[in-house]
Design a binder for this molecule. Structure first.
Ligand code: BGC
Length: 248
C-alpha cells in the first residue's frame, strides 16, 4: 500500500509516495524551498507543488515542526510563522490540495515512528527517545513501542536557556562551533534528558545524524545506548505516511 508523505521543515518541504510495507520511498522525493516567512498560506502552496508534482490524488500525511493535536490543529510554532498557532492545518492542506484526505503529525514524532518500525528502534522495548537535531530539537518518546506524542523536549531549560537555542545543529552553524564545543552542549542536554527519563536508548536524528561519527564518540557519561537514526532524511516522510494510514 502507498500513501503520500510530506515533511515540512525549516528549509525545505519534501515529499514522495511511500511504500508502507518496505517503509521506504516508492519514488525519488521532490523538494521545494520553505517560504520565508513560513506562513500557512505560503507553506500550503509549497505542499501543493510537491504533491501535484507526482499527480497524487490519494491520502496525504504531513509533518509539522510544532505541537499538533488531533491530527489537525497546530498549537505551537517555535521556528515557523506564529500565525500557525490554532490553525486547522488539516482543513487548510485538504482545501489547497482540492479535497485530499489529510492528517498532520509533529515532525519528530513522525521520524520516531518510522525509526521504531524500520530503523534504529526496531524491536526495541522499554523507554526509547529519538531526538532530532536540526533548526530546533525535536523529540519522540516511546514506551514499549508506544509513542507519547508531542513531548517537546527540545524546549527543556538548560542553564537558563531554551535547550534548542544552544544545542540544535542550527546553534552549531550560527555560532560556528567546533564539533568538540557543540558535542559538550549536546552531552549536557542528553544528561539532562537522561536524568528525567532514564531511557534505554537514544536515537540521534536530524540531518546532522549523517555525521554522527564526528560527534557521538565525543559524548561521555551517558548511561543509555546512543545510536544514529538510520532512515535519516526520509524518516519524516515515511512517518507522516504511516501516521496517515493509522487514521484509516
Ligand atoms: C518544535 C518541535 C519540533 C522541533 C523540530 C521545535 O522547536 O517545538 O515541535 O518537533 O522543533 O522541528
Amino acid at each position: 500500500m502507498k500513501i503520500f508523505g510530506v515533511d515540512i521543515g525549516g528549509s525545505g518541504i519534501k515529499g514522495a509516495p511511500v511504500d508502507l510495507e518496505r517503509g521506504d520511498l516508492a519514488e525519488e522525493r521532490f523538494k521545494v524551498l520553505t517560504p520565508h516567512p513560513a506562513t500557512p498560506d505560503g507553506v500550503a502552496d509549497g505542499v501543493k507543488e510537491v504533491v501535484h508534482h507526482f499527480g497524487w490524488t490519494g491520502p496525504v500525511g504531513l509533518t509539522f515542526p510544532g505541537v499538533v493535536t488531533g491530527g489537525a490543529t497546530i498549537r505551537t510554532a517555535a521556528n515557523v510563522d506564529k500565525s500557525w498557532i490554532d490553525t486547522d492545518a488539516r482543513a487548510l492542506f485538504s482545501d489547497r490540495l482540492g479535497g485530499h484526505e489529510v492528517t498532520v503529525v509533529n515532525d519528530a514524532d513522525a521520524a520516531g515512528v518510522a525509526e521504531m518500525a524500520f530503523g534504529a528502534g526496531r524491536d526495541r522495548r522499554g523507554t526509547v527517545i529519538l531526538l532530532t537535531f536540526g533548526t530546533g530539537i525535536g523529540s519522540a518518546v516511546f514506551v514499549d513501542g508506544a509513542l507519547v506524542p508531542n513531548t517537546e523536549l527540545g524546549h527543556l531549560e538548560l542553564n537558563g536557556h531554551d535547550a534548542e537555542k544552544k544545542a540544535s545543529s542550527k546553534a552549531k552553524d550560527d555560532g560556528e562551533l567546533t564539533w568538540e564545543h557543540w558535542a559538550r552542549r549536546v552531552q549536557k542536554y542528553l544528561a539532562h534528558v537522561e536524568m528525567l527519563f532514564s531511557p534505554e536508548l537514544f536515537i540521534i536524528g536530524g540531518g546532522v545524524s549523517r555525521k554522527a561519527d564526528k560527534f557521538l564518540p565525543l559524548i561521555e557519561g551517558i548511561r543509555a545506548e546512543m545510536v544514529p537514526a538510520q532512515l535519516q532524511n526520509n524518516a519524516g516522510i515515511v512517518g507522516a505516511a504511516m501516521h496517515a494510514r493509522k487514521r484509516d
